[in-house]
Design a protein around this ligand. Structure first.
Ligand SMILES: *Cc1c(COP(=O)(O)O)cnc(C)c1O
Length: 420
């Protein structure tokens, strides 16, 4: 459920009509619903009522806007971060350092040191050498770094190849069969409190079976590690739950997921950690755009919108589908291609799609744009960086400015030797 609905024929986000935001901020613009973010945070938590000890860390990379983080911090969520930049955002939003998990396959020495200095709650190690370096950095500081070893359970998550992370040929985690020996070697390091294991097999998962298979492998590993004398207190089960992008899509619900987790992890006797991203933010956001032209095409007309692949990269990156809905639909339909102004054929959001009939100057939204949307935006083609708005009831605020092409140009310079 979300809070995007038509009232008197006009699409609203909570109590705010979208034309009001277009008039105040311009287009394209991302718009998030605070009530929807809160609801998703609560539904995910409720799904896990069968899990006694749990830690919820929102995966910031899905939508790192600091106002979004504040909404989720107020819901009691910690954060899963994958860079020092994300760590700074989580801290700026008021998330306690102890509730932050640091994931990522390429954490630099400087990032590890900065995270130790902030007192980050857990490091998810991606390779043995990282554990050795982290232990040394922690020992220098008279600390023991809380850590888990991320293992690659070698399951096919059945999702798009570019967002699959749990097959043995992927770059993430250590092979699960090598984990016990690595654990033995790392657990003895004085600078490390190696307290558990972690996994994350992919994103936009529509089938619980691969997750269940992965968790069962993790359960066996935990038993083996304990059998070898290790103390395991934390198991991080990652994120990855899918969301509906198309009407009719039926991803597993947080309740289904939670029931599976409760069943598989029964008797594990550990704090379970979760890193949901897309399932919290995806359907809490839309990208509002204005139709620039309707250009006649050979087969179907092209609806040229003022949003482009630099604002919303998912269709170009993953062939992703985003529902396209007019803000004031007339009831008429048309079959059209939808494309942005960028000079790439990949800047196409849909081909031959049945959509609300639109004309130049109309407003429309791409739905389910709250996750992996604005955060992936660029300024390609010297376009402005897309702004973000948060709606909360009948209020709205610009929570990220539109950064003008001139501002970006101002950060560039011609070296003196090229002067005329
Ligand atoms: C991306 C990522 C997540 C979040 O994935 P979603 O599919 O958005 O839930 C969680 N954990 C790790 C380690 C990730 O890389």
């Amino acid at each position: 459920m979300d809070h995007f609905e038509f009232r008197d024929g006009v699409l609203h986000v909570e109590d705010v009509p979208l034309p009001a935001i277009a008039a105040a901020v311009g287009t394209p613009v991302y718009i998030y619903s605070a009530a929807t973010l809160r609801r998703h945070a609560q539904v995910f938590r409720e799904g896990l009522t069968g899990v006694e000890r749990k830690h919820l860390a929102y995966a910031i990379k899905a939508n790192p806007n600091v106002a979004v983080l504040r909404v989720l911090a107020n819901e009691g969520y910690g954060a899963d971060v994958v860079s020092a930049g994300e760590m700074r955002r989580a801290l700026a939003a008021g998330i306690p350092a102890a509730d932050i998990v640091f994931s990522g396959v390429g954490k630099t020495r400087a990032e590890l040191a900065a995270a130790l200095d902030e007192g980050i709650g857990q490091f998810n190690l991606e390779l043995e050498e990282e554990g050795v370096v982290l232990a040394a950095l922690a020992a220098e500081r008279g600390m023991r770094a809380p850590a888990t070893l991320r293992v690659n359970p070698d399951v096919d998550a059945g999702t798009h190849a570019k967002i699959s992370t749990g097959r043995k040929e992927n770059k993430f985690g250590v092979p699960i069969d090598q984990a016990p020996a690595m654990f033995d070697r790392l657990a003895g390091l004085p600078g490390l409190d190696l307290r558990g294991v972690a996994c994350h097999i992919g994103s936009q998962l529509f089938d619980l079976a691969p997750l269940e298979a992965a968790y069962q492998r993790i359960g066996r590993l935990v038993a083996d590690l304990r059998g070898a004398g290790h103390t395991i207190t934390h198991v991080d089960l990652g994120g990855g739950l899918g969301v509906p992008y198309k009407s009719g899509d039926m991803p597993p619900s947080p309740a289904d997921y939670g029931a599976m987790v409760a069943r598989v992890t029964q008797g594990w006797d550990a704090e379970l950690m979760f890193e949901p991203g897309r399932v919290i933010a995806g359907n809490a956001g839309v990208l509002l755009t204005e139709i620039v032209w309707v250009k006649p095409g050979v087969v179907h007309p092209y609806v040229i919108v003022d949003a482009a692949m630099n604002d919303l990269a998912r269709p170009a990156l993953y062939d992703a589908w985003h529902d396209f809905v007019a803000v004031t639909p007339t009831g008429e339909r048309m079959t059209a291609n939808i494309a942005g102004p960028v000079c790439e054929s990949g800047d196409t959001f849909a081909m031959g799609r049945d959509i609300d009939a639109v004309k130049g100057g109309d407003l429309a939204v791409f739905r389910t744009a709250g996750a992996y949307g604005a955060t992936m935006a660029s300024t390609y083609n010297s376009r402005a960086l897309v702004p973000e708005v948060l709606v909360d009831g009948d209020r709205f605020a610009v929570v990220a400015d539109r950064i003008a092409a001139e501002t970006i140009l101002a950060a560039e310079r011609v070296p003196e030797w090229l002067s005329a």
